[in-house]
Ligand binder design. Structure first.
Ligand code: HEM
Length: 155
């Protein structure tokens, strides 16, 4: 049996499994990203759940004003945006792995992986815009909430 037909297991691969001769080892960086983002997400997700569900009135304290208050703070804006970016890229990359594992048709695989990144990119763009452009007083003249109208009039 010839021994030179097997590539080294850590060689860079194309999505079809062929050994790629040039360029970065994207599968390795993707693998590392899953581990590193996983560790950071533990802190971000459990911090998020603790602050929203345990502190103060806990879950009963969550309403429009609670969300508006958090989005008024750059700290929570960046916390939420980091969670959004890391989780969406983590989820899309994890789904890409599953698609590559189970879908045998090259065209179907390509379509699904493209759909995954397009969906993730769209949600990242939308979420980031919402977090950084959120304005609780936008359209407040149509609101039926008295305290909100008063608060916004005082600004
Ligand atoms: C507490 C936070 C999280 C941690 C510690 C974590 C950790 C991990 C790790 C280490 C992997 C790689 C597993 C492997 O290669 O065998 C993974 C895979 C994956 N993760 Fe996460 N993750 C977290 C949150 C999330 C979230 C929020 C999503 C969805 C948006 C998600 C979706 C996925 C998917 C789809 C996979 C691929 C599963 C597979 O290969 O079978 N994870 N996760």
């Amino acid at each position: 049996m010839s021994t030179d037909t097997l590539a080294a297991p850590r060689s860079p691969r194309t999505p079809d499994g062929a050994v790629r001769k040039r360029g970065a080892n994207l599968e390795k960086w993707g693998w590392l990203y899953m581990r590193i983002s996983g560790v950071v997400l533990v802190v971000l997700i459990f911090g998020h759940l603790f602050v929203n569900l345990m502190l103060g009135d806990g879950i009963h304290g969550i309403d429009f004003a609670f969300v508006a208050g958090k989005f008024a703070s750059p700290f929570w804006q960046w916390w939420d945006v980091l969670m959004l970016w890391l989780a969406l890229i983590h989820g899309a990359n994890g789904m890409r792995t599953i698609v590559n594992d189970y879908i045998t048709g090259a065209t179907t695989r390509k379509v699904l992986v493209w759909a995954l990144w397009l969906a993730a990119g769209f949600l990242i763009l939308l979420g980031t815009l919402v977090v950084f452009t959120f304005d609780p007083c936008l359209g407040v003249e149509n609101s039926t909430t008295d305290w909100l109208i008063q608060q916004c009039a005082a600004r």
